[in-house]
Design a protein around this ligand. Structure first.
Ligand code: MN
Length: 395
């Protein structure tokens, strides 16, 4: 992960080790990608039993597999391998995908974050992400309302200047979605979580049927968050055979790219210049690449393009789409070498893909060799632009 290897010598913007901080100096960053592991009985705490019984749940069925059950449908998925890590409280813990000490306990979570050097963070659900598989509009409408009130008071409410909880959204009906977005804003949430793949029976994200939702999000100042790996169903085993683990892992990031492209090309972001989108956990260097390809299509295939946009698609993508990454050594260059300003760090706490246990090491590897302005923008500036209410880290 040493960040210097891929950098051509003499490129403006890289001055190796001149800007470098000492490894002992703590770098504080906000995170555009984190998760909370809900209590096992959450749905039964906040919903009537007949509804709670139909909500997503997971159970371990072997060392390496779990079963996900949602409203009568179920499938099995592979779990990451067991690793060990040291928690903030000093004990050695078993780190499955969700096991740092603060994964389930929001007060312990803040200790983990302080130790790692993460200040503000976008907090997505874990089990709740499977709610996009629900096909009953009433069930998801009532679950979203209850969950968002619980998130606002029980999780975000513990540290409202640091935690930005992602609202669960009822996406089977656009009217329900608009109503819940407004409700989520009223209870103090700042971001709505949408799945990268459209829920069953709904139109694609570039379809005009979603227009009332984009208008409502802009009006309420609500960020639209797409976390990768939410295309629908189990994406952990799309590929099998040689290379399968890596193929499947990389595959999960494409849905976020598609969702962002649809909001640009369908005109939603052009019609709503105040609407901001965050693609979490999907890296950042895809943005310049996708932007270039969209511009080429817009110019060279202009006779087929509709709607026409007020400016080039890459400009809209750069302006309104933010992208979080965790380890990608090429991500800072999307900013300093390719002009994409909305690159954002994300720790993916408490997941195995994330930086828990080595966040400071990762931050130093990423940022010791870039200018202070680049580091500031990626660790803090882009996040604070989306969530200006979040307080500043300790000096
Ligand atoms: Mn994540």
């Amino acid at each position: 992960m040493g960040g210097t290897a891929f950098r051509p010598q003499g490129v403006p913007g890289t001055v190796t080790r001149v800007y470098g901080r000492f490894m002992t100096e703590k770098i504080w960053a906000h995170s555009g990608d984190s998760h909370f592991l809900e209590p096992d009985d959450l749905w039964h705490q906040i919903l009537p039993k007949n509804e709670a019984d139909r909500m997503p749940r997971t159970e371990r069925i072997s060392d390496h597999e779990e079963r996900v059950t949602v409203d009568g449908k179920s499938f099995t998925r592979e779990l990451p391998k067991i690793m060990t890590a040291k928690g903030a409280t000093g004990e050695t813990i078993e780190q499955m995908s969700h096991r740092p000490p603060g994964a389930r306990d929001v007060r312990l979570r803040l200790r983990d974050l302080d130790e790692e050097g993460i200040w503000g963070e976008v907090v997505y659900q874990s089990i709740g992400l499977w709610s996009s598989l629900i096909e009953d509009p009433q069930l998801i409408r009532e679950a979203a309302r209850a969950e968002n009130e619980w998130l606002a008071s029980e999780i975000q409410g513990v540290a409202p200047d640091r935690l930005v909880c992602a609202a669960l959204m009822p996406m089977l009906d656009v009217g329900d979605a608009v109503a819940e977005l407004q409700h989520a804003a009223e209870v103090g949430l700042h971001l709505v979580s949408l799945p990268t793949g459209n829920p069953p029976g709904t139109k694609d994200w570039n379809d005009d049927s979603w227009e009332p939702l984009w208008a409502a999000a802009e009006e309420a100042g609500m960020v639209v968050g797409f976390h990768i790996g939410t295309d629908g169903g189990d994406q952990s085993t799309i590929y099998r055979g040689p290379g399968g683990a890596i193929l499947n892992y990389v595959h999960t990031c494409y849905g976020g790219q598609h969702a962002a492209m649809k909001l640009v090309t369908g005109g939603a972001l052009d019609r709503h210049p105040g609407l901001k989108v965050l693609v979490s956990e999907g890296g950042a260097t895809w943005v310049p690449f996708i932007g270039d390809r969209m511009n080429e299509a817009y110019r060279q295939h202009g006779m087929f393009v509709r709607p026409r946009l007020s400016t080039l698609p890459k400009e809209i993508l750069y302006r309104q789409v933010y992208a979080s990454f965790q380890h990608d050594e090429s991500a800072p260059a999307a900013l300093w070498a390719m002009g994409y300003q909305n690159v954002m760090f994300g720790s993916d706490y408490p997941h195995l893909e994330g930086t828990f246990g080595h966040t400071q090491k990762t931050l130093h590897e990423l940022f010791d060799d870039v200018t202070p302005a680049v580091r500031q923008r990626i660790t803090r500036g882009a996040f604070e632009e989306l969530f200006p209410h979040v307080s500043a880290p300790p000096a």
